[in-house]
Design a protein around this ligand. Structure first.
Ligand code: RB5
Length: 146
């Protein structure tokens, strides 16, 4: 999968984002940190929007979003058609979100996830391919307006 990554968080995900940024940079990924850059309280939709906007014009990037639980960030990101954001809480979810959902953004709770688990999930996400076939049909149906 892509070696190019956008990463973003609110204050609830800030500490874990910093940890993951260093981890991925050491592994030679090209990681672009879109903030936030401190523990000061900010609004998660603003930092989701920064990443969503970047991914609109750079479709070869994958995204990693963090907030306290991951819930707010996943709601915000999934409002946009080009985003399939997966809130993951274990390695199997990270794997299946790629295989079945062709997810292009992994979302992780900074207050609910250990750095060790976050690293395992991200590595799995980055190294798992979409299975295509029947899953593509389902993903195409996501575009449908009701
Ligand atoms: C911020 O306090 C917290 O609400 C936010 O990080 C996130 O967990 C929202 O879903």
């Amino acid at each position: 999968m892509s070696k190019y990554i956008y990463i973003s968080s609110d204050h609830g995900g800030f500490k874990l984002k910093q940890n993951i940024f260093t981890f991925l940079t050491n592994k030679k990924y090209h990681v672009y940190d879109l903030g936030t850059d401190s523990n000061t309280s900010v609004d998660y939709p603003d930092f989701s929007d920064l990443l969503v906007r970047k991914m609109k014009t750079n479709s070869n990037f994958i995204g990693i979003l963090f907030c306290g639980t991951g819930i707010g960030m996943s709601i915000a990101a999934n409002r946009h058609e080009h985003i399939r954001a997966a809130l993951c809480t274990d390695v199997n979810m990270a794997s299946l979100s790629r295989k079945h959902n062709n997810s292009n953004v992994i979302v992780i709770g900074g207050r609910t996830t250990s750095p060790h688990l976050a690293k395992k999930m991200i590595q799995t996400f980055l190294n798992t391919d979409f299975e295509n076939g029947r899953h593509l049909l389902r993903i195409n149906k996501l575009r449908k307006k009701i």
